[in-house]
Design a protein around this ligand. Structure first.
Ligand SMILES: Nc1ncnc2c1ncn2[C@@H]1O[C@H](COP(=O)(O)OP(=O)(O)OP(=O)(O)O)[C@@H](O)[C@H]1O
Length: 437
């Protein structure tokens, strides 16, 4: 039998569902037992309070660790879309999940390696660590070495996960409903659809490898950005073999000097503009864990191209106009550019246009000053609050163009990182090369 932290990842739909049934039962047993205790003591906690006790959150985290990819992605999108509405227990649960991947037992891992790279897969490496050093959302990452000494990171997908994404996402939603962690006001349906769509794309490691290679080539001229090299011969639909990068995590960069922190954010924002206006391809998941930093060489290392999106020319041009108009504080031109991007397609009252435009103006504040101090500003949370307020008002956005939502999320994510690193950066100067007349 596998040890506690290497349980076989259940591959069948039924096995996954049975897990959930068990959890609902456990939670309810805890709730009923505590209810009886409360009654005997004369206390009366609400059903919600009983469900949200730490032991139930732990039981939930234990179950979700098998459905980690679906749970984490749903958590990520939910916290972007409905941030402040979510109970703190949900962030606690997601935090637990992030740190709590259940690695595949060796036998299962070897099975995947054999079916992807052949019976003699191990001959490709001079060393392969069977224990993963990091968890991916739907897989795990191993260190390995080539015969010539080059260090590798090998990302291996959990077997069968690609076929169970849709049911996993539904199961996680059921679990969250059982645990009452999602408030009634939050409409989960569109988020669930988006989570399924994104995870299905991310399950295609060959596509991710293609995006890695696109960015590797596109960023050859940038000495301050590194993208891991992909090893095609050892990359398949379910395995990506790439160069191992040794940078420190961005979370630990809060300890570095101001100059390093400012360099990180200036580089990431310059890259954002380059992706939007030049590559017209964007890595759309600005998660802290997707960047590493090497302070010895002052290079940012980019990981995780699973969520890369192409940006249509018209959208890219529209944002160039929009950001130029916002830099010049020209609201009418902001409205025109937003229309060109695809906002305000329906007949919308003047007042609503005004509100949406003030959101754009707020988000582009850093473009209207020489240096913007993210450390001292509440901008990231103000944007989130305002976006939330608008999305709660029925029909306010009239379904904004989907590309736009990703671009906004990416920018908001970068602002959050900038706020966390407490930096002051010249955003206007970084955008200047793209400013239209
Ligand atoms: N080339 C690499 N060099 C060093 N570490 C790596 C490399 N690739 C991945 N990792 C480690 O593995 C972790 C997960 O990888 P990655 O982000 O690609 O997976 P993912 O499935 O996209 O996960 P998520 O969606 O949770 O970000 C990274 O956060 C990093 O710690």
């Amino acid at each position: 039998m596998a040890s506690d932290n290497t349980r076989k990842v259940p591959t069948g739909r039924l096995a996954r569902l049975v897990n959930i049934g068990g959890l609902a039962g456990n939670v309810m047993t805890n709730v009923i037992a505590d209810r009886v205790k409360d009654l005997s003591r004369g206390d009366k906690r609400s059903y919600g309070a009983l469900v949200l006790q730490p032991k139930n959150i732990k039981a939930l985290a234990d179950k979700l660790s098998h459905l980690r990819g679906a749970a984490m992605k749903l958590g990520q999108l939910l916290s972007m879309d409905a941030g402040e509405l979510l109970p703190p227990e949900l962030s606690g649960l997601l935090e637990q999940l992030r740190n709590k991947a259940t690695p595949m037992p060796h036998k299962q891992l070897i099975g995947v390696m054999e079916s992807e790279l052949g019976k003699n897969w191990i001959d490709n490496f001079s060393y392969f660590d069977l224990r993963p050093f990091a968890a991916a959302s739907i897989g795990q990452v191993h260190k390995a070495t080539l015969a010539d000494g080059r260090q590798l990171a090998v990302k291996v997908q959990y077997p069968g996960i690609a076929n169970s994404i849709n049911s996993d996402v539904d199961n996680v939603a059921t679990l969250l409903a059982v645990s009452r962690l999602i408030p009634k006001e939050v409409d989960l349906v569109p988020t669930l659809e988006e989570v399924k769509r994104q995870l299905n794309v991310e399950a295609d490691y060959k596509l991710e490898a293609k995006h890695l290679k696109d960015f590797y080539s596109a960023l050859q001229h940038r000495k301050d950005i590194t993208v891991p090299k992909v090893y095609d011969a050892l990359t398949t639909q379910h395995i990506i073999t790439m160069e191992y990068l040794e940078g420190m995590s961005l979370a630990s960069c809060t300890e570095l000097d101001q100059s390093h922190r400012e360099h990180i954010i200036s580089t990431l924002l310059a890259l954002f503009f380059e992706e939007l206006f030049e590559f017209r391809q964007m890595q759309s998941d600005p998660n802290f864990a997707n960047y590493l930093y090497d302070p010895r060489t002052s290079t940012i290392q980019l990981l995780d191209f699973g969520a890369t999106r192409d940006i249509p020319l018209a959208v890219s041009e529209g944002y160039r106009q929009l950001l130029s108009a916002a830099t010049n504080n020209n609201k009418q031109q902001v409205i025109d550019a937003a229309k060109a991007i695809g906002f305000f397609q329906n007949d919308i009252p003047e007042q609503q246009i005004e509100t949406v435009v003030s959101m754009f103006m707020l988000a582009t504040t850093p473009l209207r000053c020489d240096y913007f101090d993210f450390g001292k500003s509440e901008l990231a949370s103000q944007i989130k609050d305002m976006g939330l307020e608008l999305s709660m008002k029925q029909g306010y956005w009239h379904t904004p163009p989907v590309d736009a939502m990703f671009i906004h999320r990416k920018l908001a994510g970068l602002y959050l990182i900038a706020a966390r690193l407490e930096v002051k950066v010249p955003v206007q100067q970084l955008f200047a090369p793209y400013l239209t007349d």
